[in-house]
Every structure is written in C-alpha cells, then in structure tokens.
Ligand binder design. Structure first.
Ligand code: GLC
Ligand code: MG
Length: 425
C-alpha cells in the first residue's frame, strides 16, 4: 500500500465471479485483456481492489484456477474481511468495528428454525458472515421472517441475497459497500482519496457498491436480474452507473472508456506489436508487450518473420545478460535466438503468458529498474518467475524505444518447473 504515495489516479473495486472472472470463458480472454491493460497503464499509479463474496479459502482457490492479478487490497467474505498486499495483511480496525452488535451464536440458533435454509460449506462460514442456500421462490419471505426474528433477539444484521441462491447474514455495518466506504474514509484521512473510483459487479451483494457517493459504476452485461432490479428501483437516474454491453472484464474496460477514466486500449487489442507507438517512455508497457509477443510467437499467432526478431534484438543491449531461474547465464541475444526455434510450438495448446505486479523505479534520467512476476500457463502446468531487470531509453525521443540492459529470474516458490533446462524468458 505504501507503494502509492499520492492519491490513486483510478481505484477499481471489482467483484470476481462473473465480473472480473468469466466462468463461461475457458480461455479467459477478457481477463487477460484487462490484466495487460492494468499492468501497462495503471499499476504504477492506481489501485486494484477485489471485492468478493468468497472466503479467503475460496478466493485463494480461484486465484490458482484463473490468471488473476494480485490486487492491492482484497475485500473478502462479502465485505467482512479486508486484507492488504500480496501477503494479505488483515485490517484489524475493520474486525473490531464489526464486532459491535454481533453474536454468531444467536444467528445459528435462530436460523436453525428455518427448514428452507441449507448451510453453505464450512469454509464459507466466517467470523462475521453466516451463509446459506435458499430457493429463489422462498428467498423474500424467509428474509423478512428471519430479519424479524433476529431483531427481536437484539441483533442488528444485514441479510443479502445473491446469485438467485445465496443468503448471507452479516453485521449491519458490514457488506461490500460499507467496506469500500471504510477504505475511502481511510484514504481521505491520509490525505489521498482516489481521483476516480470505478465499482464493478454483477449480483445482489454488489448492489451496495453502487450506492457509495461519487463513484462510477458498471454492471457488466451479464449482471443478474436481482442487481438490475435493484438499480431500476434505486439508481435509475444516476448517469455515473452503466449497464455495459460487454461481459465481465470486457465490460470493465468498456466502462473505463465510457467514463473517460484513462486508457482503455489493452496491449492485447493491438494486433501488431510493432505498430503501437507511445508518446512517453513506459518501461511497464515494454514488459507487457514483450511477453505478449512471446505468447503469440509460441502460439504461432504472428508470422515467423525475421523483422520481429531483428527488432527485438535491437531492443537489447548486445552485452545484456540474462540469469535464468536455473542459475545459467546467457546473453539476451542468445535467448532471442533460441526463441526463434520455438515459433508455433504451442499452437492449438493451452498456453498463456501474463505479468503481474509490474513495478518500475527510475534510477537516473533514462534508466529504470523493473520487477515483476512472469506467469506462464502451459497445458496443466502453471509457472511463475520473480523477474528483475534494467531497461534504458535509447534516446531522448520516446519513439527511439528502449533497450534491455539485463534480466534475472528466480522461481516463485510453489510454481517451479521441475525440468527447467528448456526454459527461456
Ligand atoms: C460467494 C461465497 C458465498 C456467498 C456468495 C454470495 O459465493 O462463497 O458464501 O454466499 O458469494 O455473497
Ligand atoms: Mg459476482
């Protein structure tokens, strides 16, 4: 969190299931498009917040299944748990606040009287969240009766219905909206409220996000009836909330464009990597673009043409060396030569590459240190290298491009490739 010392240019607060993550797209196209856009254009001065109904257990599971970025903040269990950074440090202040007027035991007692309620998995029962399944046709009546029961027992709770099946009981002060309000207040106190905030969701537990003042909001095209209905009844006249034409993460990108919150061109939307020209030197973009090229090269989606390799060679210092995760040292030119032989070797296969947590630090007027996680999905294997490197601008004009000075990689624990003798980049 200390990474951003000034107010964030854009804070995206997004739900995961059926919003950031499209469970109907096994190729994860829109998620990968979003990732490339975020890492090349926003990571350095903006904040990514995931706000999910999932418990930490199911959230971590989803991160293993899908090519997801590391958010700056994770709000889990329907706004009852807030953690920071990749080490997921909990916000203890939030826990303390939620303890008021909350008694899990009474809730368990009262809910057991309702035969319509089926308890969800043990992992989804959290200190400030009790969750059930309930049939769509019975949801409204059960919610009303339950709410009366709990009120009689002196509890002040919030009951939320989502996805046409999930019923969550939380402290009144909890929920995705309240958690966001808490964060915004915290940023304001620190003197750095985000310049723009965009909330993104698809289902009932996201509705609260859209009622926070001064935020932009996108309901993705595939949003659930319950959210659309909430919107029709509560926020219809608000021009800052849209129902996107596109599904999931593509709907988020669409909203960035429609609200003019910054660039909405993902590097993945540019067919020819050599055509895209920048008006400033952006080392993060260089990283994203190189690995995109690498993916397309191995998938055989770009021509096997000498001009590409020559152009890449021109963007590496001839003496630039690369320490591979195995510890072997090569020159970057040697590695590019190796890559040449791998054109199309992943054609028709499940092969994707993305970068996460791209960080560039200037060290001098035209040189930057870079640090990022390079992920590779290959068949059923998933590999990650923590990568560091140095890059320099070739001249004072950004159109002259950049030149890699060196690169080093180390396996991220748990994501090593057993036989890494053929690994490159
Ligand atoms: C996620 C959680 C579940 C919750 C639902 C709706 O699916 O795992 O416990 O009920 O979101 O908030
Ligand atoms: Mg959702």
């Amino acid at each position: 969190m200390d990474r951003i010392t000034m107010a964030a240019r854009l804070m995206i607060v997004s739900d995961l299931d059926h919003t950031m993550v499209d469970h109907h797209d096994p190729e994860n196209i829109s998620l990968l498009r979003f990732n490339a856009l975020w890492e090349s254009n926003y990571r350095h001065d903006s904040l990514l917040v995931f706000s999910t109904g999932r418990s930490p257990t199911l959230y971590k599971q989803l991160r293993k299944e899908k090519p997801m970025l590391t958010p700056d903040i994770a709000i889990m269990s329907v706004g009852t748990e807030i953690t920071y950074g990749s080490s997921m440090l909990p916000d203890d202040g939030w826990v303390e606040f939620l303890n008021q007027k909350w008694d899990r035991k009474i809730i368990t007692e009262e809910t057991s009287k309702f035969s319509e309620l089926t308890l969800q998995a043990e992992t989804e029962q959290r200190p400030h969240k009790v969750s059930f399944y309930v049939d769509k046709t019975k949801a409204q009546i059960v919610m009303k009766e339950l709410s009366d029961c709990l009120e009689k027992r002196g509890l002040d709770v919030k009951i939320i219905y989502s996805g046409g099946m999930d019923l969550d009981i939380l402290p009144q002060g909890a929920g995705k909206g309240q958690a966001l309000a808490y964060l915004l207040k915290k940023f304001k106190t620190e003197g750095k409220p985000p310049i723009n905030t965009l909330v993104c969701g698809d289902s009932g537990n996201d509705a609260e996000l859209f009622s926070i003042p001064e935020v932009y909001g996108v309901m993705v095209s595939n949003a659930q009836e319950e959210l659309l209905q909430w919107h029709a009844e509560n926020a219809k006249g608000n021009p800052n909330i849209i129902h996107a034409k596109e599904r999931c993460a593509a709907g988020i990108i669409e909203a960035i464009g429609r609200f003019k919150l910054g660039s909405n061109t993902s590097p993945r939307d540019c067919a020819d990597f050599m055509e895209y020209k920048l008006d400033i030197v952006n080392p993060c973009y260089e990283v994203v673009n190189f690995y995109l090229f690498y993916e397309r090269w191995r998938r055989g989606e770009i021509d096997n043409c000498e001009t590409y390799i020559a152009s890449l060679k021109a963007s590496c210092d001839p003496s630039a060396n690369f320490v591979l995760p195995s510890g072997v040292e090569k020159t970057l030119h040697e590695c590019l030569h190796t890559m040449k032989g791998y054109h199309g070797d992943q054609k028709g296969k499940r092969f994707r590459v993305w970068v996460d947590r791209v960080l560039s630090t200037p060290i001098g007027s035209n040189t930057w240190l870079l640090k990022f996680d390079k992920w590779e999905l290959s068949g059923d294997g998933r590999y990650c290298c923590v990568t560091t490197g140095k890059i320099s601008a070739k001249g004072s004009n950004p159109s002259e491009g950049c030149s890699w000075v060196n690169l080093q990689q180390k396996w991220l624990e748990g994501f090593e490739m057993k036989d890494d003798s053929t690994w490159f980049f």
